[in-house]
Design a protein around this ligand. Structure first.
Ligand SMILES: NC(=O)c1ccc[n+]([C@@H]2O[C@H](COP(=O)([O-])OP(=O)(O)OC[C@H]3O[C@@H](n4cnc5c(N)ncnc54)[C@H](O)[C@@H]3O)[C@@H](O)[C@H]2O)c1
Length: 466
């Protein structure tokens, strides 16, 4: 049985150090040579990547260009995606060294891995991340932290228990405009913050481009179906949508801990976001970006709302795409600060806007504006205004690798990701139960509402266990 490394030391480094002490005076028998190879690792951080869909390749390419690491293994449940991953990685290094895995647990059992990048759908985050943490692998993991608050808590516990380094894919923190906006707020330049507006997308976006193919089959129906939110069980449209899974995909495992549903192509790659069985709609897809930035500016990375009231427009609960198409959440925070998170409302602009007693600042991808035109100049604020300096990262993926070496916290550690996603989870719960809910940030519980509290977690499909 493997011995856990002492806290704060990565697994491979631990093996290196202890093995050096034990094996130096010995002549190694033949059977120990592979172990011996492991005792002389290069200085490069060995990374394994899990999930090769939309974001997995983006993250991996950002690691491939870093000299400080080597991607040595990859894992996916789709044979075509897996092959593409192996080809991309091997082509980059001009080798044939990258190993392919179907089961992330097998990949993570390798002794020569230091870290993993996880970009699987949200309904898988908890299982994959806690497996990695228990194996003392440092983790670059995607937002939102997990599918439910309870799953997020499980990840936080595992990461903290094993003292592993965690970076969340909330990469906006590593971008200068978001950093500058958050510093303006933290340095009190807009006075005391009274309100924050967070604008997120609405509707559903056919990321995989797979909807038109289904519409072609549905167009002949008497009730023309041109919206996947109208494809529901018991209709001809539903029956036409259901097919056998393609042979390259292990669909049973892909559904994993979520409820088994018949295979429909438009609910799998990328579009799993639009069904609550696997994702959380636009709200949960974006909360880890713009609410994450809102909290950063407020200094609320470990704080949370006191009250949350959400309203949304939803397709039928059993529709193929059933996530809220329009939503508005009003939140009350400590220090008399209020926040509105909205998708589909013209009065709330996309991005994050902090409003204070002396001014305001707004930031989005490709956009920055403020009540004081001086703040718009330059990538960073003038030194004189930066009494409080926020964490600066040289790039989100580089920051992770630096922290794997230094064992210092990343710019987006696990507790931060947990708190950034909580307002979204609570907003959804409020919409589902149809009333305002009260939240105790210290105990991470909903106050006095057993029905809402039950929605902080979900049942896992056997044999998977949280
Ligand atoms: N940070 C960002 O800007 C950003 C952008 C897009 C997506 N994301 C996040 O990345 C994650 C993945 O999203 P996506 O759009 O890339 O999804 P996707 O559907 O495009 O890709 C997911 C891949 O994971 C594979 N997979 C699923 N379960 C698996 C398992 N148990 N083991 C191994 N492979 C498995 C799938 O076969 C697929 O290839 C999500 O959490 C999403 O929120 C983040």
């Amino acid at each position: 049985m493997k011995k856990n490394p002492p806290t704060g030391i990565s697994r491979r480094r631990f093996i290196t150090q202890t093995a050096a002490v034990i094996t130096l005076p010995l002549i190694l028998p033949g059977c120990a040579t592979s172990f011996a190879r492991r005792t002389q690792p290069s200085n490069r951080i060995h990374v394994g990547v899990v999930g090769w869909g939309m974001q997995g390749p983006n993250n991996t390419r950002s690691f491939l260009v870093e000299d400080g690491c080597q991607v040595i293994a990859t894992c996916d449940l789709d044979k075509n995606h897996l092959q593409d991953a192996v080809n991309t990685i091997n082509d980059h290094y001009q080798t044939k060294d990258c190993t392919a895995y179907h089961d992330y647990r097998e990949m993570m059992a390798r002794e020569d891995l230091d870290a993993v990048m996880i970009a699987v759908p949200d309904h898988w985050h908890e299982l994959v991340a806690t497996e990695a943490a228990h194996r003392n692998l440092d983790i670059y993991g995607e937002k939102p932290l997990a599918k439910t608050v309870a799953e997020q808590q499980a990840i936080v516990r595992a990461v903290e228990k094993h003292k592993i380094i965690w970076q969340t894919g909330s990469w906006q923190r590593s971008q200068p405009p978001f950093h500058k906006a958050a510093e303006i707020v933290r340095n009190g330049l807009i006075g005391k913050v009274t309100h924050v507006e967070v604008g997120l997308p609405s509707g559903h976006t056919d990321f995989a481009g797979s909807a038109p193919e289904l519409f072609k089959r549905l167009v002949a129906l008497p009730d023309k179906v041109d919206n996947l939110a109208n494809v529901i069980p018991g209709t001809v449209a539903w029956d036409l949508a259901v097919t056998e899974p393609p042979q390259e995909l292990d669909y049973n495992t892909w559904i994993g801990p979520s409820k088994m549903e018949p295979y429909i192509k438009q609910r799998v790659y990328m579009n799993w976001r639009w069904n609550y069985n696997t994702g959380g709609g636009q709200l949960m897809d974006w909360v880890g970006h713009h609410v994450d930035i809102a909290h950063w500016g407020l200094g609320f990375d470990r704080s949370g709302p006191l009250e949350v009231e959400g309203h949304g427009e939803f397709p039928a609960a059993n529709a193929l795409w059933n996530t809220a198409t329009k939503y508005r959440i009003e939140l009350k925070y400590p220090e008399n600060i209020t926040m509105t998170i909205a998708g589909g409302f013209d009065d709330i602009k996309s991005g994050t806007k902090w409003i204070g007693t002396d001014g305001w600042v707004w930031v989005d991808r490709g956009g920055f504006d403020a009540s004081n035109l001086e703040w718009k100049k330059g990538k960073i604020l003038p030194e004189a205004l930066r009494q409080i300096k926020l964490y600066e990262s040289p790039g989100h993926w580089r920051n992770f690798l630096d922290c794997v070496r230094s064992r210092r916290p990343t710019i987006a550690p696990v507790e931060t990701a947990h708190h950034s996603a909580i307002p979204g989870h609570l907003g959804l719960i409020s919409m589902f139960v149809g009333r305002k809910i009260r939240w105790d940030n210290a105990s991470e519980t909903i106050i006095g509402d057993p029905e809402a509290s039950r929605l902080l977690t979900r049942a896992y499909r056997a044999p998977w266990k949280m």
